[in-house]
Design a protein around this ligand. Structure first.
Ligand SMILES: C[S@@+](CC[C@H](N)C(=O)[O-])C[C@H]1O[C@@H](n2cnc3c(N)ncnc32)[C@H](O)[C@@H]1O
Length: 241
């Protein structure tokens, strides 16, 4: 395991207990529901889902509540512990999304929410995803994209770390933020068809209240008309039949 993967894992083990607080309050809930809806759009109702970097099982619960069956994988034992408490009917595995310990063709859908940016070998994850999906199955992911606002984040995280400013769930992990073109290329190269890549989210739960209120109001307009300013990327595709 590389140092940076170890660092990510240790970080999430440490914050597992408090991770959900950010999505419990109104702003966090709105934000998470918003991106979950974008991810769910590409999935048919029901079926068997694998969630990569499942964390505390927020999306697994969402999927199961919509009538599906779900399994999660994550490198953090702490996060997996919380996920198992939350979703007793689902199975969770501690492991990396780059080597999937599942049989080929065993899932109807694969998701990943806010975890893809941590992957050191995204191509490996996508080829593994392709393998475990059945023909006709879908991948749908949401991850922080690269734009004007997110470009400076790695530097901000590094400076904060150097100054010992700690904020739960943020750190200098060498995360990778993708452009629409890069995401499109990654999914196509992995063999997926019907690839769709779009940007979503403008109202980040972390924004100060008055700015958040404005961002929330104009979010639909931004997503439709100036998508470059929306900072998450939703990418999806189908394993050809
Ligand atoms: C920001 S959290 C998102 C968690 C969850 N998907 C959610 O929507 O709340 C990122 C998660 O990705 C996991 N992660 C990071 N790198 C990973 C990898 N290589 N394989 C599996 N999980 C990974 C972390 O342990 C953490 O739980």
């Amino acid at each position: 395991m590389t140092t940076s993967v170890h660092k990510v894992r240790t970080h999430y083990d440490e914050v597992a207990e408090v991770y959900d607080h950010r999505y419990d309050a109104n702003r966090g809930k709105f934000y998470y529901n918003h991106i979950s809806r974008h991810v769910m759009e590409r999935f048919p109702k029901g079926g068997r889902l694998l969630d990569l970097g499942c964390g505390t099982g927020l999306f697994v619960r969402h999927y199961v509540n919509e009538g599906g069956e779900a399994v999660g994988i994550d490198i953090s034992r702490g996060m997996i512990g919380k996920a198992s408490d939350r979703c007793c009917s689902s199975d969770f595995t501690i492991g990396t999304a780059e080597i999937l310990p599942f049989r080929g063709g065993s899932f109807d859908a694969v998701s990943s929410i806010l975890a893809f940016s941590y992957l050191k070998h995204p191509e490996k994850t996508l080829s593994e995803t392709y393998r475990v999906l059945r023909p006709g199955g879908f991948i749908s992911i949401c991850t922080l994209g690269r734009n004007l606002f997110t470009r400076g984040l790695p530097a901000i995280y590094q400076i904060s770390e150097a100054m010992n400013i700690k904020k739960a769930c943020f750190g200098a992990f060498g995360e990778r933020y993708y452009s629409v073109e890069e995401m499109d290329q990654l999914l196509n190269m992995a063999g997926f068809s019907n690839v769709q890549v779009k940007r979503c989210s403008f109202a980040h739960y972390n924004l100060a209240r008055p700015i958040y209120d404005i961002a929330k109001k104009i979010e639909p307009f931004v997503e439709r008309n100036i998508p470059y300013l929306a900072y998450n990327i939703c990418a999806s595709g189908m394993k050809p039949i």
